[in-house]
Design a protein around this ligand. Structure first.
Ligand code: SF4
Length: 456
């Protein structure tokens, strides 16, 4: 892949503003607490989908990574997970009867740290889910693995209970960076663990990297990337570190002067993208890389890549049920989120066996704009005819107030807008969030814009 096309520094600087990552449209900031469990039940009844994706949130972590913006609880007490699993079991038991005519095609455990759970707790939770939901014979089962405080044979155990995909948070192999972000982990162990996972039969290994961390330098990050090539994962997620200390207290431990400046961060991103493409990975969406024979790469080439709260996915036709504290669901024409605080989650489950705190029933306008934004985020292309046929509208008329905002991108040679389609050039791949903002009705109110991270 020609990578030079991605990096017109002048244009990237021009458009390097804050913006949503559009894992949903409207974004989670628009969820409100008038949305109730009754609305969710109605959304389930009305949904035409009968395939289900389950997300289970495990909030615990052994120690605090200072860059972290996730919803987590730091503790050394493993027995806390027993309490959590007991409440989760109640939520599962109360939710599952609403999904008896669904088939689970995808299961993902995220966190926090799902591998905070012991092997026995992992088995127990998998069995619980399998007892309550109808699992397809073949399904994608993935789990986020923290390579600290686990043994290498955890790979065997995860595979034996059905997991076939793992995702490992590496971020950076450099010792100084790791110490600064309080996430020291053994490169040797990560290599061994991934090797073991491949040997026991895992279908896919994903590795997470972050650029823009404190003390990251081109020469050390190049070594991290070379190590990634040697480890040979199937997929890589490359995230930009979003320094928002006013929102995430842990980030206050990271001093501004330790962070790469805008030019240095740009150079780190460029190095990563060039290296990963050189190694033979395909650039997926705006921040993923996959081997050419990986399902994500195939889906992107076929124009059927999808996006949900976990990022890019091939399972676009599933409803998503989130279980556990802070978990998000996307069912039919609704989004909803469970309570974020653990003790409040426990109280809600005690009181009414579910913990929905807020959400949104999508309007027709939300659905239309959501489809346009998703097509752009995933495929860099929107067929106006496809949108017209799906929603019985006239695209150009419907978006008459929005389309003029594309002019700046057209003038900069970043996209074309014809009678048939909006087509984004590869040179705007890294700016796709900005282009999507042109179709975001909520963004126009500009109320919450400062709460999003910068594009780069
Ligand atoms: S980065 Fe992951 S492991 Fe670290 S504190 Fe956040 S959720 Fe926990």
């Amino acid at each position: 892949m020609q990578t030079a096309q991605f990096f017109d520094q002048k244009l990237l600087s021009k458009y390097n503003t804050s913006g949503p990552r559009y894992t949903s449209y409207p974004t989670a900031l628009e969820f409100h607490d008038e949305f109730t469990d009754l609305d969710l039940t109605k959304a389930i009844t009305d949904s035409p989908n009968r395939d289900l994706s389950l997300y289970v949130h495990i909030p615990f972590c052994h120690s605090l990574c200072y860059y972290c913006g996730c919803n987590k609880v730091i503790t050394r007490h493993r027995d806390k997970a027993d309490t959590y699993l007991a409440f989760l079991a109640q939520e599962i038991a109360s939710r599952a009867p609403l999904f008896t005519d669904y088939t689970v095609k995808q299961l993902h455990w995220g966190g926090g740290t799902p591998t905070f759970l012991t092997k026995a707790q992992i088995s127990k939770l998998v069995n619980l889910l399998k007892t309550h939901f109808n699992f397809a014979d073949e399904l994608e089962m993935s789990i986020e693995v923290d390579p600290r405080e686990i043994d290498v044979d955890l790979a065997d155990h995860l595979y034996s209970v059905g997991f076939n995909r793992i995702s490992i948070g590496v971020q950076d192999f450099d010792a100084k960076v790791q110490e600064t972000i309080n996430r020291v982990q053994s490169t040797e162990f990560i290599e061994k663990f991934i090797q073991r996972a491949k040997t026991v039969g895992f279908k896919s290994v994903n590795v997470d990297l972050i650029y823009g961390l404190p003390h990251q330098e081109l020469n050390t990050f190049a070594k991290t990337l070379a190590k990634i090539q040697a480890i040979d994962p199937d997929r890589i997620s490359l995230f930009s570190y979003a320094h928002l200390p006013s929102r995430f207290a842990a980030q206050r431990k990271l001093r501004d002067e330790w962070l790469p400046n805008v030019d240095e961060k740009f150079a780190l991103m460029k190095l990563a993208i060039e290296s990963l493409c050189d190694y033979g990975y395909e650039f997926i969406g705006m921040d993923h890389f996959a081997k050419p024979d990986d399902e994500l790469a195939i889906a992107q080439r076929s124009g059927v890549l999808h996006r949900n709260f976990q990022g890019y996915t091939t399972k676009g036709d599933c409803d998503l049920l989130g279980l556990g504290v802070s978990a998000i669901s996307a069912i039919g024409h609704s989004y909803s989120q469970n309570i974020k605080e653990l003790k409040d989650y426990y109280q809600a489950i005690d009181d009414h066996q579910h913990a929905v705190e807020k959400g949104l029933t999508l309007s027709e306008d939300d659905l239309i704009r959501g489809e346009v934004i998703r097509e752009l985020m995933c495929n860099l292309y929107v067929s106006k005819n496809a949108i017209n046929n799906k929603f019985s509208i006239d695209f150009d008329q419907y978006f008459a107030h929005d389309l003029p905002q594309l002019q700046t991108f057209i003038d900069d040679g970043l996209l074309t807008n014809t009678d048939e389609a909006i087509s984004v050039k590869q040179s705007a791949r890294l700016l796709i969030r900005n282009i999507c903002m042109s179709f975001d009705a909520y963004m126009k109110k500009k109320v919450n814009q400062q709460r999003f991270s910068r594009v780069i």
